[in-house]
Design a protein around this ligand. Structure first.
Ligand SMILES: Cc1ncc(COP(=O)(O)O)c(C=O)c1O
Length: 340
């Protein structure tokens, strides 16, 4: 039994998900004729109370398309310093959209309306134009931290009052919604666009969806094509996403519970020096220098547990659909017996 805690992207389609994929009606999605992809896009748009949606191969692509749609060269994007769009998307904001980025010093990835307003640049020839705010919910590098709905609403209002577009990197949005007990329809209207990954906690093998208004998504289709992301009979993978949104949203509660249990166990271990509060399915903790990160990872690997050193002496575990109760028990036993 291999236990993979590196990410919630490691899940494999279940037999029932594969069955749905095999039976999906198919067409050519570049002609917008794939019925399964069309159904997924319509369902996601409706769920978030948006006019339209577009299915893309990855969350990086949906985020990058959103930045392209909302900005022009010489604009600036305002976001937190931990944001995925800044840290892990290869500087795509500059490459694809020719924009600069203003980083805010938030609380585990969460920013406030005041920080946004204070970062808006005056209109001078020598300054970029503040144009777009991007928030990440839950925030990966923040240890799965999430916003309350009122906090998002206040940010949304600040953006509207200051003519800023507002995009949500919702790679793990359903984890956040579960944590605050809200629905997609509660959050959708607060943003100009939202990217949702179906291939993370929800367990589909491929794909993310960007929701927004008709005009933005119309342009997004062109941007997806120029990035080489126009897919043909992608109903086979869209079917897995439909299966995931029908079957795998509510069960995220199990991932949160198991992450919390691992936090309790780690809190009792001498080799652990710090743990970020565990709010959803991500657990980030630090281990003491006496136990070098690579040694810790190796001890886990020797017992068939995969994890990553997120940064020096900092370890990340992510719980997911394929991390079972039996695996939780085994992981606890291994963590309690680390040689230190
Ligand atoms: C918060 C966040 N946004 C976006 C992405 C990008 O998703 P993908 O790996 O599908 O490009 C990730 C991936 O880990 C993520 O954690």
């Amino acid at each position: 039994m291999i236990i993979d805690l590196r990410s919630d992207t490691v899940t494999k389609p279940s037999p029932a998900m594969k069955e749905a994929m095999l039976n999906a009606p198919l067409g050519d999605d570049v002609f917008a004729e794939d019925p399964t992809t069309n159904e997924l896009e319509q369902r996601m748009a409706d769920m978030f109370q948006k006019e339209a949606a577009i299915y893309c191969p990855s969350g990086t692509m949906t985020n990058q398309i959103a930045i392209k749609v909302h900005t022009k060269p010489l604009d600036e994007v305002i976001t937190d310093k931990l944001a995925h769009i800044y840290n892990y998307e290869v500087g795509g904001y500059a490459y694809h959209s020719g924009v600069s980025i203003k980083l805010l010093d938030g609380d585990r990835g969460r920013i406030t309306p005041q920080q946004v307003v204070d970062s808006i640049k005056p209109n001078h020839d020598w300054l970029p134009n503040s144009q777009l705010v991007v928030v990440e919910n839950t925030c990966n590098k923040g240890g799965g931290s999430y916003y309350q709905l009122e906090e998002i609403a206040a940010l949304s209002q600040a953006c509207r009052e200051n003519n800023l577009k507002f995009h949500l990197d919702g790679a793990r949005l359903f984890n956040a919604l579960l944590a605050i007990d809200k629905k997609a329809a509660d959050i959708g209207p607060l943003f100009d666009s939202i990217s949702i990954c179906i291939s993370k906690g929800l367990g589909a093998p491929v794909g993310s969806v960007l929701v927004g208004d008709k005009e933005s998504i119309g342009f997004a289709r062109k941007v997806r094509k120029v990035m080489g992301g126009g897919m043909r009979q992608c109903g086979m993978i869209a079917a897995a996403c439909l299966y995931a949104i029908d079957n795998n949203i509510e069960r995220l509660a199990e991932d949160h519970r198991r992450a919390k249990k691992l936090e309790e166990v780690l809190a009792k271990q001498d080799y652990v020096s710090d743990i970020l509060p565990v709010d959803t399915n991500i657990l980030i903790f630090e281990i003491k220098d006496e136990l070098p990160g690579p040694d810790f990872i190796q001890q886990l690997a020797d017992q068939d547990i995969k994890a990553i050193e997120f940064s020096k002496q900092q370890i990340r575990f992510v719980t997911h659909l394929d991390f079972t109760e039996e695996m939780l028990e085994k992981t606890i036993q291994v963590l309690e017996n680390i040689k230190y």
